[in-house]
Structures are given as structure tokens and as C-alpha cells.
Design a protein around this ligand. Structure first.
Ligand SMILES: [Zn+2]
Length: 96
């Protein structure tokens, strides 16, 4: 019996970049910057990106970072990284 092609997996997240593991909560980049959660807020520096809540494992600093930059992010406080984007709670308003 011949093996058939593997079934097409349905994606659980919708992203133009596929299921990038760097945006998964719990991911830690090589600079020890850990993804805490997706905030859903729109990035001000990259219009197609949303902001993720990152935390530095060295100093505990919390800041926002767009999804594309997570993998090479440096802590703005102790690693001379670029200033973090503001962390905002997901707005309860219907009119964003
Ligand atoms: Zn730090």
C-alpha cells in the first residue's frame, strides 16, 4: 500500500508570516527577552504588526515589541536596545 500525502493541517492562527514561533508566549530569544503575551495593540513602528508584551530575563523590564523584531530584540533598559513600544491593555472600547 502506498502512503498518501500527509493531510493538510489547518492553521490555528492567522498571520501573513505563518505560525512564527517567535511570537508564541513563552518564547525566549537569544538575548533572553521573553514573550509574555500578545497585546493585540497595533505597532506604531511597523504598521502590519501588533505589539507583544516582552520581559527581560536579566532585569525584569516589561515593554512592548512588534512581532517582527522579537527574535533579535534587546532589552531597552539593560542591553541598550531600542526603546520599547508602550504597553497598553487591550482597549475595551468598540471604537478603536
Ligand atoms: Zn533588561
Amino acid at each position: 500500500m502506498k502512503l498518501s500525502a500527509p493531510p493538510i493541517r489547518s492553521r490555528t492562527t492567522v498571520s501573513p508570516f505563518g505560525n512564527a514561533p517567535t511570537t508564541s508566549p513563552g518564547y525566549t530569544n537569544p538575548n533572553k527577552q521573553k514573550v509574555i503575551a500578545a497585546t493585540g495593540a497595533r505597532s506604531s513602528s511597523r504598521h502590519t504588526q501588533t505589539i507583544y508584551h516582552l520581559r527581560c530575563a536579566h532585569c525584569g523590564h516589561d515593554y512592548g515589541c512588534n512581532g517582527l523584531d522579537i527574535k533579535s530584540r534587546l532589552c531597552p533598559q539593560c542591553q541598550s536596545g531600542a526603546p520599547g513600544e508602550p504597553l497598553r491593555e487591550r482597549a475595551p472600547s468598540l471604537f478603536e
